[in-house]
Structures are given as structure tokens and as C-alpha cells.
Write a protein that binds this ligand. Structure first.
Ligand code: SIN
Length: 277
């Protein structure tokens, strides 16, 4: 197995592993090490069905089932992330971590590329350890006592919004998590914020929270903390959702007719995490 970093901040491509086969413990331990070291890892050319993708995800922990989006027929724990041709929005096209509104947000997400436009629709990730470490001591100290409110919004956030995906009308979910989180496996601190779900600081109004949140959201995605990946069909990615954010870039729309007419399909599994501390 070879691990080839793709950027200075995070991300590595893994060669020499066939995820369709039963992985022995030594190979899985090397994958887990690469995942913790690089935060998002990519396995090109993986010929996997839903059952093999699930078997790989289950090596990490049990699967988390999304409360607001229906899974695939026959595989309720896999979401088909679909952008149909000529649809004007795509899922995940803002900086976020997955389901940070849960008591125990997912540990990781496993995304397997199925169909892609001829170019465009890359995904970006940002390293929240680096974002934390680059803050001044004064701001680190101010943030250490703060907790963030993360809100899912209502089921209407996803219901009927995407042509190829089906949302569920569920009650909104709200949770409070520390703004600086200690990673349960590496022991490193990261800046645990994201602009999709975090609405304010606990004990403060939205208006009072806005200036500092605005700064932290922009700081957390500074270019030097990020990587950008160009997908090919068959590539499988797994990212650490505890210390990264990601953004599915919405650049394949009406101003690019060939891309506008293309479908993008990814199979997505999220893995259960623990309560941030
Ligand atoms: C996601 O945000 O979970 C999906 C990212 C992507 O489709 O690239």
C-alpha cells in the first residue's frame, strides 16, 4: 500500500488496495493510520457494490442513518447523492461537516463516485486542526469556554428540494457542542465550527454571535488549510468528519451547457461517531 499526499494541508491517495476484497487486520490498521494522518483519503478505481462499501465502512464503526434523507431502495443506510441533468442545485455545496446537529455527529463519511460530469464538480476539504492551531493565543483562550449551537433545520430543508433524492419531514434537531473539540483518537484540538449548521454561541443571540462566527467560518476555510479533489468514477473517499469540513463545488451549471446536461451520482455512507468534548 502506498500513501501519496495530494496537498500540504490534508488529503492522500492510496494505491495498492482493493476494497472489494476482505482486508486483513494489518492492511486495515495501515488504512486507519493514513485516515488519521491525512484526514481524507482516496482510493481510485474501486469496483464496489453497496454491500462491499458497507463492509468497508463497518470496519470503522456502525453506520449512521441520516434522519432527513431516504436511503437507497434495498440499502436504507446508503444515500444516493444525485444531481440530475439540468437541476440547478447540488447537495452539499456549502462548507459543512456532516450532521453536526446530532448528539453524536458522524465519525466519518464514505463516498463512492458512480457517475460524473466530464469535468467540474470537484470536492474540497479543510483541516480544522490547522485552523485551530493558526488562531492567536488570545482567541484560543476566548473560544475554550464557548459552545456552539448546531441546528438541522426542519425536514423541509431536503424535502422535494433535489429531484433525485427524497427528504423526510422530521422535527428539527438542535445540539450544543464545544467550539474547540479534542479529537478522541489523536488527542489534537480542532476548531469545531461550520456555517451550514452552526447558528450561534450558547447563551448569546444570533446577532451577538454573528461577527465572531463570520470570522471563524472564513478563517476555517482559508486556502492554505484546504485540498481539492478531482473525482473519477470508481474513486472512493473517506474523510474524518470530526476534524474537517467539506464543500461539493457547484460549478457545473447553466453557464457550462455540457456540464449542465450531465448527471452526478455518488453513494454515501456515514459512520457513527461520539459526543464531541
Ligand atoms: C456530501 O456533502 O456529503 C457530499 C459531497 C460530494 O458530493 O462531493
Amino acid at each position: 500500500m502506498r500513501v501519496n499526499p495530494i496537498a500540504g494541508a490534508l488529503g492522500a491517495e492510496i494505491e495498492g488496495v482493493d476494497l472489494a476484497s476482505e482486508l486483513d487486520d494489518a492492511v486495515f490498521a495501515a488504512i486507519r493510520r493514513a485516515f488519521l494522518d491525512h484526514l481524507v483519503i482516496f482510493f481510485p478505481g474501486q469496483n464496489l457494490g453497496p454491500a462491499e462499501q458497507k463492509r468497508f465502512a463497518l470496519r470503522f464503526a456502525p453506520i449512521y442513518v441520516h434522519r432527513m434523507v431516504e436511503g437507497m431502495a434495498g440499502h436504507p443506510d446508503i444515500i444516493r447523492v444525485v444531481r440530475e441533468p439540468e437541476e440547478r442545485i447540488n447537495w452539499g455545496s456549502e462548507w459543512h461537516m456532516d450532521a453536526s446537529f446530532e448528539d453524536c455527529p458522524p465519525l466519518a463519511t464514505v463516498l463512492h463516485a458512480q457517475e460524473l460530469p466530464p469535468y467540474g464538480s470537484d470536492t474540497m476539504w479543510t483541516n480544522l486542526y490547522l485552523a485551530h492551531d493558526a488562531l492567536s493565543d488570545g482567541l484560543k483562550c476566548a473560544l475554550s469556554g464557548l459552545r456552539g449551537v448546531h441546528e438541522s433545520g426542519s425536514g423541509a430543508r431536503y424535502e422535494d428540494k433535489y429531484k433525485g433524492m427524497k427528504g423526510r419531514a422530521v422535527e428539527p434537531k438542535v445540539n450544543v457542542h464545544p467550539v474547540v473539540r479534542t479529537h478522541p483518537e489523536t488527542g489534537r484540538k480542532c476548531l469545531y465550527v461550520n456555517e451550514s449548521f452552526m447558528t450561534r454561541f450558547e447563551g448569546m443571540s444570533v446577532e451577538e454571535s454573528r461577527p465572531l462566527l463570520h470570522y471563524l467560518f472564513a478563517h476555517s476555510v482559508r486556502p492554505e488549510f484546504t485540498c481539492r479533489f478531482r473525482w473519477k468514477p470508481g474513486t472512493l473517499a473517506i474523510w474524518d468528519n470530526r476534524c474537517t469540513q467539506h464543500n461539493a463545488i457547484a460549478d457545473y451549471f447553466p453557464n457550462h451547457p455540457a456540464l449542465f446536461a450531465a448527471r452526478r451520482v455518488m453513494h454515501r455512507i456515514t459512520i457513527q461517531g461520539d459526543r464531541p468534548v
